[in-house]
Design a protein around this ligand. Structure first.
Ligand code: FAD
Length: 449
């Protein structure tokens, strides 16, 4: 039986979900707070580009959008490390030359909206949901200075980290929710192309300038630019609060990011014109109300961006929901609790993974021991392809649940510590007895995961 479905938020996840539901014959209406970004000259908010990995592509397949996105997605095969003295190093992400992909947030969002409309979804822009009467599925919407109320059979809150549906859930009995701001903020900057529009750094990599307590990253765009994101504490010795004058910014970049600075003619303008934005992690339980409404994407699990998984996780929510619809048809009293049971542990897991990866990116990637460990991981993956897969590969290149990946961290640490405690891996590997021992350890790891 087709339902009248309402989705709050025509962002990445809401637009994708609308396509999936519409293709199943439901009447779908989307309410979006912002103007139509296809008509207005505006950005899609947050970061300009995003890293898309296996989970994201799988969900795009459901919408039939892979073929359109692939030509404008730039593969990044590894991290390209920039040291303060100008030295660089490349660390591949996987043993099989797999990549994560830099995609434009705006282009992806626009294509998803257009496809939703082509399939018959109604999108109402500049309609902000101010409140939801959850038991009655009645939404209060603000538009052109007036408020009106609409009711719906089924409601999804895909309205991001500050979701109106999420906020309305928190007023109900036995709803647990929390939010945590990182003491770090971020600011976007730009590396410009060369005279002929060419990329002035390696195009097929995620660039990273790890500096211990802070870092900068850069992802390529199709127009030859790179979007840089500086992550830094708001307060403290080296912090955004200490970068008040042009001289402060010049000094920091001359000392720490000289190679990038040479490619950033608009640095000073960008630094003072672009906002310093905050980073939040949210948790809530439950994620649904009866057979009537549910949270999805950032509305259910806003996370920090350091694993490049926020959108990917939201898209995977859609894949899982779609699979449940395959199995249970229109039985939403079964689908919504099952969706929550399957996804909530993974939302929690990816939130933790993202926080952990921040330390790795800003600090550990520059440590020679860490670099050695990455090389060993790669070699183990090549020698034992069916038994060893690194946690990074699980998260980025597989569909193994995030909750499984996070459980493997300790087992992986133990294995690598055992291997590295034996001395130089690449010398030892020539000896049969060492290989035998490693074989046992890897088999133990495989059992543990
Ligand atoms: P949103 O993108 O927040 O969309 C929500 C939509 O709802 C918006 O259009 C908003 O206008 C609308 N809305 C909000 N409130 C209301 C309301 N009350 N009424 C009506 N409409 C409303 N993820 C990755 O996978 N890879 C990355 O590389 C990556 N990099 C990131 C870098 C940064 C700096 C940041 C901040 C995030 C990054 N993310 C990344 C995370 C990713 O941006 C989010 O996970 C993703 O945008 C979530 O999509 P969403 O549709 O759930 O929410």
């Amino acid at each position: 039986m087709s339902r009248n479905v309402t989705i709050l938020g025509a962002g990445l996840v809401g637009s994708l979900l609308a396509i999936i539901l519409r293709k199943r014959g439901h009447d779908v209406t989307l309410y979006e707070r912002r103007p139509d970004m296809r008509a207005a000259h505006m950005s899609a908010g947050k970061s300009i580009n995003l890293a898309m990995s296996a989970r994201g592509w799988k969900a795009l397949d459901l919408a039939g959008l892979r073929a359109e996105m692939e030509p404008i997605a730039i593969p990044m095969y590894g991290r390209y490390l920039h040291q303060p003295d100008g030295q660089t190093a490349f660390q591949p992400y996987s043993k099989n030359n797999e990549a994560i992909y830099s995609v434009s947030r705006g282009e992806l969002n626009k294509k998803l909206m257009t496809l939703a409309e082509e399939n018959g979804v109604n999108i109402h822009f500049e309609h902000r949901c101010t409140q939801v009467d959850v038991p009655n599925n009645a939404l209060r919407l603000a538009h052109n200075g007036e408020e009106h109320v609409v009711t719906t059979d089924l409601l999804f809150g895909a309205d991001g980290a500050f979701s109106a549906l999420r906020a309305s859930y928190t007023h109900m009995d036995r709803v647990n929710s929390s939010q945590h701001y990182l003491e770090y903020g971020y600011k976007e900057l730009a590396i410009l192309p060369g005279a002929n529009g060419e990329w002035l750094m390696e195009k097929n990599a995620l660039h990273i300038w790890p500096r211990g307590k802070y870092m900068m990253i850069a992802l390529p765009n199709t127009d030859g630019t790179f979007t840089c994101t500086m992550f830094m504490p708001f307060e403290g010795e080296v912090s955004f609060s200490k970068l008040q004058t042009e001289a402060d910014v010049h000094k920091l970049f001359d000392e720490q990011f000289a190679d990038a600075k040479a490619l950033m003619p608009t640095l000073i303008h960008d630094f003072f014109a672009n906002p310093t934005s905050s980073l939040i992690t949210t948790h809530i339980f439950p994620w649904h109300y009866k057979d009537r409404s549910a949270l999805i994407g950032d509305a259910a699990h806003a996370i920090v961006p350091f694993y490049g998984q926020g959108m990917n996780a939201g898209f995977e929510d859609c894949t899982v929901l779609s699979g449940l619809m395959d199995r249970h048809g229109d039985d939403w009293a079964t689908i919504l609790p099952a969706y929550e049971r399957l996804r909530k542990p993974n939302g929690d897991a990816v939130a933790s993974l993202a926080l952990t990866n921040f330390v790795e990116m800003r600090d550990k990637v520059a440590d020679p021991r860490f670099l050695q460990r990455k090389k060993i991981e790669k070699e183990l993956g090549t020698r034992y392809p069916h038994q060893f897969i690194s946690v990074y590969e699980m998260v980025s290149f597989s569909h193994i649940p995030y909750s499984t990946a996070i459980q493997c961290i300790q087992a992986q640490d133990r294995l690598l510590e055992q291997v590295m405690a034996e001395g130089d891996f690449f010398d030892n590997i020539a000896h049969d007895s060492f290989c035998d021992r490693i074989g046992h350890w890897v088999a133990d790891y495989h059992k543990a995961v």
